[in-house]
Design a protein around this ligand. Sequence first.
Ligand SMILES: Nc1ncnc2c1ncn2[C@@H]1O[C@H](COP(=O)(O)OP(=O)(O)OP(=O)(O)O)[C@@H](O)[C@H]1O
Ligand SMILES: [Mg+2]
Length: 500
Amino acid sequence: MLLELHHIEKRYGGVAALTDGNLAVAPGEVHLLLGENGAGKSTLMKIIAGIVERDAGQMMWQGREVHLKTPSEAAAIGISMVHQESLLAPHLTVAENLYLGREERLPFGWVRRSRMMEAASRLIAEHGFPLRAEWRVEKLTPAGKQLVEICRAILHGSSLVIFDEPTSSLSGSEAAEVFRIVRTLRERKVGVIYITHRLDELGSVGDRVTILRDGRTMHTGPLVELTTGSIIRHMVGREVSALYQRNPLPPGEERLRVEHLTRRGELSDICFSLRAGEIVGMAGLIGAGRTELCRALFGVDPIDAGRISVGGRPVSIGSPKEAVKAGLALVTEDRQVTGLALRLPIAHNITLANVTAISRFGFLNGNAQNTAAADFIGRLRIRAGSPHQLAGRLSGGNQQKVVIAKWLFRQAQVFLFDEPTRGIDVGAKAEVFNLMDELAREGAAILMVSSEMPELLQVADRILVMREGRITGELPGRTTQEEIMRYAALETQPVSEERP
Ligand SMILES: Nc1ncnc2c1ncn2[C@@H]1O[C@H](COP(=O)(O)OP(=O)(O)OP(=O)(O)O)[C@@H](O)[C@H]1O
Ligand SMILES: [Mg+2]
């Protein structure tokens, strides 16, 4: 075996993140690591990669016990990791990030910089990623950052590469490139650990599976011996119907109308409307302008032309604050930047956007706040010690659930969901869809951007498709992936604001 973990334990203060983590990976094997949000997957991987130290248990590397104290110790013995949340240095270029902390691999002297750019460009081109070595990382979208993380992990010739949800923000074609990378690593006898919540991609990458539940290894075995049903049962510990059934309502009055909305270089002449009770999907490839549209509607970025009406009244939205006042809510893709106050407790985060609902005579009512928070923590199965836990201490998927809860609590007229289920486990996904359905039944209108086409087909009453900043098609909810792709496909998909 390349790597063996036995009975790994890890606590964070009062939270037991791992109580009995077991895992074995052979060279040339792609090992899938599955489990609900907060099950302990990232923690286990951080222990392997020298980012977190274990409290108890054994880690064997090529037959010898090791205690890794830093990521560079892990890198030195051949372990690298693609992180779930970007750990890149935002102000540096793509190339600089690739070599950060690994400068010893570069030639000395004044040629160094250009050689670094050259090597980075070669790697990027080899994989056909829409990146440039000289771009600054802070300008990249979440997908762009993800691709840089992947390049960084495979650049340095490791024996074990860990992928922590590498495809959660990627479109189909980029995900396909990630699968290709994984297969190449397998051919080179590199061990791979692959974490994902997208059960539809398991067959594309995996050999064996380990399933964690509540910090404990519940199952290990070949992928072929499992069904989706048995995987979910091991993950959740109960029967869950992953299926959510949407019964569309007859649409009511118009909630949002967008006419000729234009933002130079990003959005051209966007026209559509949403009616009460509707869930409208928004499909498109990365860079098609879907996130840009949500940002423009929500007043994050100014528009150059166009009209927006909410509830039949024209509105002028110059900032997110005005958007909220006009009755809009935005659940963002980039939760760490725009969605969540990491240094505040969960309860504050959930009630942040609607403080009046939990206030009496101008004073915040702490009990009302806790009751509201506890309700969402229960419904969305947010795994936390208490409503007072800091949001920054939650697992990735649980952070996303808090962002969703925050806007659901807000009771807006129009909800813009930008990749809402990114990184959310299968049980919670169904619950998010149920809550969206409930909102629609209460008269809200919902626009849901998603790169997972099966999800759009499952949830949306009708689907708008964007390409190159325009709406290129409108399809009924019961359409097919092929039909969506006909309107969405294009040659290049920029992942940076800096266009070549
Ligand atoms: N720095 C921290 N401080 C306190 N608790 C933490 C910290 N990091 C993680 N935890 C807790 O440890 C548990 C396991 O978290 P982990 O990130 O390993 O989950 P995960 O399986 O990767 O989930 P996800 O699918 O959502 O990414 C969670 O309950 C989480 O709240
Ligand atoms: Mg995680």
